[in-house]
Write a new protein. Structure first.
Length: 116
Protein backbone atom coordinates (compact mmCIF):
# COMPACT_ATOMS: atom_id res chain seq x y z
CA UNK A 1 0.00 0.00 0.00
CA UNK A 2 1.45 3.37 -0.96
CA UNK A 3 1.45 6.30 1.45
CA UNK A 4 -1.21 8.05 -0.60
CA UNK A 5 -3.56 5.10 0.03
CA UNK A 6 -3.35 5.65 3.80
CA UNK A 7 -4.80 9.15 3.76
CA UNK A 8 -7.90 10.83 2.55
CA UNK A 9 -6.78 13.86 0.57
CA UNK A 10 -9.53 14.82 -1.84
CA UNK A 11 -8.58 14.97 -5.53
CA UNK A 12 -10.11 18.47 -5.69
CA UNK A 13 -7.24 19.71 -3.50
CA UNK A 14 -4.65 18.29 -5.93
CA UNK A 15 -5.63 20.29 -9.00
CA UNK A 16 -4.17 23.32 -10.77
CA UNK A 17 -5.24 26.60 -9.19
CA UNK A 18 -8.25 27.43 -11.40
CA UNK A 19 -9.95 24.14 -10.40
CA UNK A 20 -8.47 23.90 -6.89
CA UNK A 21 -10.51 23.51 -3.73
CA UNK A 22 -8.66 24.40 -0.51
CA UNK A 23 -7.81 21.49 1.78
CA UNK A 24 -9.38 20.95 5.16
CA UNK A 25 -7.24 21.22 8.30
CA UNK A 26 -7.21 17.39 8.48
CA UNK A 27 -5.93 17.15 4.91
CA UNK A 28 -3.20 19.70 5.69
CA UNK A 29 -2.09 17.67 8.72
CA UNK A 30 -2.09 14.47 6.64
CA UNK A 31 0.16 16.07 4.04
CA UNK A 32 2.54 17.20 6.85
CA UNK A 33 2.81 13.52 7.86
CA UNK A 34 3.42 12.29 4.31
CA UNK A 35 6.01 14.98 3.61
CA UNK A 36 7.77 14.20 6.86
CA UNK A 37 7.80 10.46 6.21
CA UNK A 38 9.47 11.08 2.85
CA UNK A 39 12.23 12.86 4.79
CA UNK A 40 12.55 10.06 7.32
CA UNK A 41 10.57 11.93 10.01
CA UNK A 42 7.29 11.18 11.74
CA UNK A 43 5.87 14.43 10.31
CA UNK A 44 6.96 17.95 9.49
CA UNK A 45 6.69 20.42 12.34
CA UNK A 46 5.06 23.80 11.93
CA UNK A 47 8.48 25.46 11.94
CA UNK A 48 9.76 23.08 9.25
CA UNK A 49 6.68 23.74 7.12
CA UNK A 50 7.07 27.50 7.55
CA UNK A 51 10.70 27.33 6.42
CA UNK A 52 9.87 25.01 3.50
CA UNK A 53 7.09 27.14 2.03
CA UNK A 54 8.54 30.55 2.86
CA UNK A 55 6.11 31.46 5.62
CA UNK A 56 8.95 32.10 8.06
CA UNK A 57 10.10 35.71 7.90
CA UNK A 58 13.38 34.88 9.61
CA UNK A 59 14.11 31.60 7.89
CA UNK A 60 14.89 30.18 11.32
CA UNK A 61 11.53 28.53 11.99
CA UNK A 62 10.46 30.87 14.75
CA UNK A 63 7.88 33.58 15.09
CA UNK A 64 5.16 34.50 12.66
CA UNK A 65 5.80 31.66 10.22
CA UNK A 66 5.00 28.95 12.75
CA UNK A 67 1.96 30.91 13.89
CA UNK A 68 0.77 31.13 10.28
CA UNK A 69 1.05 27.36 9.90
CA UNK A 70 -0.90 26.85 13.16
CA UNK A 71 -3.68 28.99 11.69
CA UNK A 72 -3.80 26.75 8.60
CA UNK A 73 -4.09 23.55 10.61
CA UNK A 74 -6.47 25.18 13.05
CA UNK A 75 -8.83 26.25 10.28
CA UNK A 76 -8.41 29.94 11.16
CA UNK A 77 -7.01 30.88 7.76
CA UNK A 78 -6.76 29.30 4.33
CA UNK A 79 -3.45 27.85 3.18
CA UNK A 80 -2.21 29.65 0.05
CA UNK A 81 -2.15 27.56 -3.11
CA UNK A 82 1.59 28.00 -3.55
CA UNK A 83 2.33 26.70 -0.06
CA UNK A 84 -0.07 23.78 -0.53
CA UNK A 85 1.56 22.93 -3.87
CA UNK A 86 5.02 22.76 -2.31
CA UNK A 87 3.76 20.56 0.52
CA UNK A 88 1.94 18.25 -1.89
CA UNK A 89 5.08 17.88 -4.00
CA UNK A 90 7.11 17.08 -0.88
CA UNK A 91 4.43 14.55 0.14
CA UNK A 92 4.72 12.76 -3.20
CA UNK A 93 1.58 14.01 -4.95
CA UNK A 94 3.51 15.43 -7.89
CA UNK A 95 3.37 18.79 -9.59
CA UNK A 96 -0.23 19.65 -8.85
CA UNK A 97 0.06 23.06 -10.51
CA UNK A 98 0.37 21.27 -13.86
CA UNK A 99 -2.71 19.76 -15.47
CA UNK A 100 -1.12 16.32 -15.75
CA UNK A 101 0.09 16.40 -12.13
CA UNK A 102 -3.02 14.87 -10.54
CA UNK A 103 -3.39 12.09 -13.05
CA UNK A 104 0.28 11.16 -12.75
CA UNK A 105 0.20 11.24 -8.93
CA UNK A 106 -2.88 9.04 -8.76
CA UNK A 107 -1.69 6.46 -11.31
CA UNK A 108 2.06 6.34 -10.55
CA UNK A 109 2.89 6.51 -6.82
CA UNK A 110 6.60 6.92 -7.64
CA UNK A 111 6.14 9.60 -10.30
CA UNK A 112 8.13 12.24 -8.43
CA UNK A 113 10.35 9.97 -6.38
CA UNK A 114 13.70 9.78 -8.18
CA UNK A 115 14.91 7.18 -5.66
CA UNK A 116 12.19 4.67 -6.60
Amino acid sequence: MSQKDKVNVRPETLRPFPEWEPPSPDEIRQVFVLAGERRGLKKLTGAQVADLVGASSTGAGVGKGSRTVRKWVGGESRIPYGAWSILCYEAGFGLIWRSEGLEKALTDPDADNPEA
